[in-house]
Design a protein around this ligand. Structure first.
Ligand SMILES: [Zn+2]
Length: 111
């Protein structure tokens, strides 16, 4: 008969109220060499927020991660690089051509 004592530990996540960092016990904290599966209560008193350095007392229990299937962390928004429409691009190219032609005309006009 095995006695799974580890199951009595809660794996509630804790959010840093200073910067919003969320400590996930299922992941641990690699920067502080905290192994995955370490409950927040088991973290050493010297442990601080890896982002802003806040103490444990600043953290707030935000409960366990809901549902193991859907990871919201995988949601990614677009990079926001492609902000220009095709019209704006062609306008930019056309505008560049006009400026170039005007430059050439003025250059020849000087002679
Ligand atoms: Zn923080």
């Amino acid at each position: 008969m095995s006695d799974p004592a580890t199951e009595t530990k809660t794996l509630d996540r804790h959010e840093c109220r200073a910067c919003g960092y969320v400590y996930n016990p299922q992941k641990g904290d690699s920067r502080s060499e905290i192994a995955p599966g370490t409950a927040f209560a088991d973290l050493p008193q010297s442990w601080t927020c890896p982002v802003c350095g806040a103490r444990k007392s600043v953290f707030q229990n935000v409960g366990e991660l809901e549902g193991a299937s859907g990871f919201k962390e995988n949601q990614r928004y677009g990079l926001g690089v492609n902000g220009m429409t095709e019209g704006q691009k062609s306008l930019l190219i056309f505008g560049g051509l006009v400026v170039g032609i005007l430059f050439l005309l003025s250059f020849y006009g000087l002679q």
